[in-house]
Ligand binder design. Structure first.
Ligand code: HEM
Length: 376
């Protein structure tokens, strides 16, 4: 998509497609669309429709409801709680890598590491038993892509997935209301601001949101990081020698190959962006992937270069800034450290065998056959 973004930033930075939606490409405009909640709404569909809890969840709500929800969920989902997970994430990454054959190997890294890691982490966070994890992954896939082909040849549709998730989590939440445990859902049940607490539907929406927002995104951050290291073999050794380079490396991967390429908004009133007038009630597509390659903000934007002065906006900007950003960064760092400790190099022997994710929303790979050279 990157040449298209570059063309659009220069020639049609605010462009209306035939269906009516407005696409926004420049960094400043994207940042404004994401953060100016007075002008751009995040609401989608009807709120409080229990059959679609995502439409009523944090990511799809505007102030004042957004502020209230965010304050409440933040009580349970704190940076401290995420830091406390580090040991568990290290163990999960080690288990996944221990399960691989010994020596030099060629595996689909998406299947063996980058997909299961975030799914297991979120499942554990939510207190979901390991026996249910495969089903979990299917629900979150179906919710993102509209439907999901199952191995048996049947299809899991978006609404099947939503229905099953609603049933599953409703039972779990009701269980925690009766008998609290030391976990995230119990924390959400307990959370209170000014005497208000989260309804069961709010909690449900948040649980489903975590699955949908946290799985495929983190998978692709990790896969994109490995792809980037395949392209730059010397960087593997540099990271192995100086672990301090891993976090800025991850930041540059987030900028250069943003897992989430765009976000939607609806204009609440007439607005101007880059001199173009957008009517009230318009649907907007804010291209994060393009904003992160804007030359006006990132010098030599088409070059991968760690230690950049300007921050990326891969996790969004403003009140909806990704709640899971610390978790995604932590998972990526731990997974890379584990790989660097065990393997002397990473290589993707055939690009033709890598399958990109088939949507414009998410940037990454569905399959990535990867050769890993053992250090031992
Ligand atoms: C919001 C990206 C991982 C949970 C967002 C937004 C972006 C984003 C761009 C802003 C949405 C908007 O402005 O409309 C990413 C990327 C990830 C990632 C690139 C991985 C590399 C995660 C994880 C979790 C998570 C691991 C949770 C476990 C959320 C939630 C919101 C959100 C709850 C909504 C926040 C709000 O509306 O206040 N994410 N995300 N994300 N993300 Fe993430």
């Amino acid at each position: 998509p990157f040449p298209w973004y570059e063309y659009m930033r220069s020639n049609q930075p605010v462009w209306q497609e035939d269906s009516g939606a407005w696409h926004v490409f420049r960094h400043d405009d994207v940042k404004r669309v994401l953060s100016d909640h007075e002008s751009f709404s995040s609401q989608r569909g009807t709120t409080d429709d229990p059959s679609n809890p995502i439409s009523a969840s944090l990511i799809s709500s505007d102030p004042p409801r957004h502020r209230q929800l965010r304050t409440l969920v933040s009580q349970a989902f704190t940076p401290r709680a995420i830091d406390d997970l580090a040991g568990r994430i290290e163990q999960i990454a080690a288990d996944l890598l221990d399960a691989l054959p010994q020596g030099d190997i060629e595996i689909d890294i998406v299947e063996r590491l980058t997909t299961p890691l975030p799914v297991i982490v979120i499942a554990e966070l939510l207190g979901v038993p390991s026996s249910e994890r495969a089903r979990f992954k299917e629900w979150s896939d179906a919710t993102i892509s509209g439907s999901r082909q199952l191995d048996a040849g049947e299809e899991l549709t978006f609404s099947d997935a939503q229905r099953e998730m609603v049933k599953y989590f409703s039972k779990m939440i009701a269980g925690r209301v009766e008998a609290p445990k030391d976990d995230l859902i119990s924390g959400l049940v307990d959370a209170k601001v000014d005497g208000e607490s989260l309804s069961q539907i709010d909690i449900l929406g948040f649980c489903i949101l975590l699955l949908v927002a946290g799985n495929e995104t983190t998978t692709n951050l990790l896969s994109n990081a490995l792809y980037t290291l395949h392209e730059r073999p010397a960087l593997w050794d540099e990271l192995a020698e100086d672990k301090g380079l891993i976090p800025p490396f991850i930041e540059e991967v987030l900028r250069f190959r943003s897992p989430v390429q765009h976000m939607y908004r609806t204009s609440k009133h007439e607005v101007q962006l880059s001199g173009v007038t957008i009517p009230a009630g318009s649907h907007l597509v804010a291209w994060i992937g393009s904003a992160n390659r804007d030359e006006k903000v990132y010098e030599g934007a088409e070059k991968f270069q760690i230690h950049r002065p300007a921050r990326n906006i891969a996790f969004g900007h403003g009140i909806h800034y990704c709640l899971g950003a610390p978790l995604a960064r932590l998972e990526a760092k731990i997974a890379l450290e584990a790989l660097l400790a065990r393997y002397a190099s990473v290589q993707i022997p055939s690009l033709a065998d890598c399958k990109p994710v088939p949507t414009r929303l998410v940037y990454g790979f569905q399959t990535m056959p990867t050769r890993l050279e053992s250090r031992r």
